[in-house]
Design a protein around this ligand. Structure first.
Ligand SMILES: [Zn+2]
Length: 247
């Protein structure tokens, strides 16, 4: 049996068998690699926010676009700036690059051609690009795409949120968590954090300037906003996946 063209079903890579992998048309099929972080998300959100929500959003997007498969998520990212908050598990950029290269090389062995990273953590994009550059230098023929989940929707998010600021463990992320990661939300512990833009080092220690570990005002988060944000992310990422298929 092949899962190809089976619209309406979550296309989870780990459900496939090796003969199904062999049969799939690699020229038109797109693999989605969710990548997030295990890092502090304020006093009100669990450490898994980026990875759990990212995986759920990838499944919904894959559900909307035929000939896509979602790989098991890369749970860990590079969270150097947050490591002084207890709980954060951060990979060094060099470690993450090695891990990503091994995943890519494994996929390339079976002739996959199009790989889209769906990334929910701001510390990862540059590292992903470095991994792509290294494998390209080593002769990879795969096409890589680096999708950061908020790039296409930032203006619309600003219109929906009630707080002036958003970013990390904020009204946006917390509203999404109410839908996709409810076990990780303790809204009664959420605090406002109106931070001022100021000169900071490229990799600053958040603990030195951010007491509770979040941005904006997560107390204003609601499930209704979470559903609006989900639709924005899924609609935009689905369009992106279709463009990659045509590429
Ligand atoms: Zn986050």
């Amino acid at each position: 049996m092949t899962h190809e063209n089976n619209k309406g079903k979550n296309m989870l890579y780990y459900n496939l068998t090796w003969d199904e992998i062999e049969e799939i048309d690699k020229a038109k099929t797109v693999l989605i690699q969710p990548i997030g972080a295990i890092e502090q998300h304020g006093l009100h959100l669990g450490l898994g926010q980026d990875s759990v929500c990212g995986y759920e959003l990838c499944k919904l997007s894959s559900d909307a676009v035929v000939d896509t498969y979602v790989l098991p998520p890369v749970w860990w990212g590079s969270s150097t700036a947050l490591k002084n908050f207890p709980g954060t598990i951060s990979l060094k950029p060099s470690t993450l690059i090695l891990m990503l290269k091994d995943i890519i090389k494994s996929l390339e062995r079976y002739q996959w051609q199009k790989l889209v990273f769906f990334n929910t953590h701001g510390g990862n994009p540059g590292i992903l690009n470095s991994a792509f550059r290294e494998v390209k230098e080593e002769g990879s023929a795969m096409s890589f795409f680096n999708y950061f989940w908020i790039d296409d929707i930032a203006d619309q998010v600003k219109e929906i949120i009630d707080a002036d600021l958003w970013g990390h463990a904020c009204e946006f992320e917390t509203s999404l968590a109410l839908q996709h990661f409810p076990d990780g939300v303790q809204l009664d512990k959420a605090q406002e954090n109106p931070f001022k833009a100021e000169l900071r080092e490229a990799v600053s220690d958040w603990k030195s300037w951010n007491k509770n570990g979040n941005h904006g005002d997560p107390r204003k988060s609601t499930l209704e906003k979470g559903k609006l944000f989900t639709k924005l992310v899924v609609d935009n990422f689905s369009k992106y996946l279709q463009a990659v298929q045509q590429y």
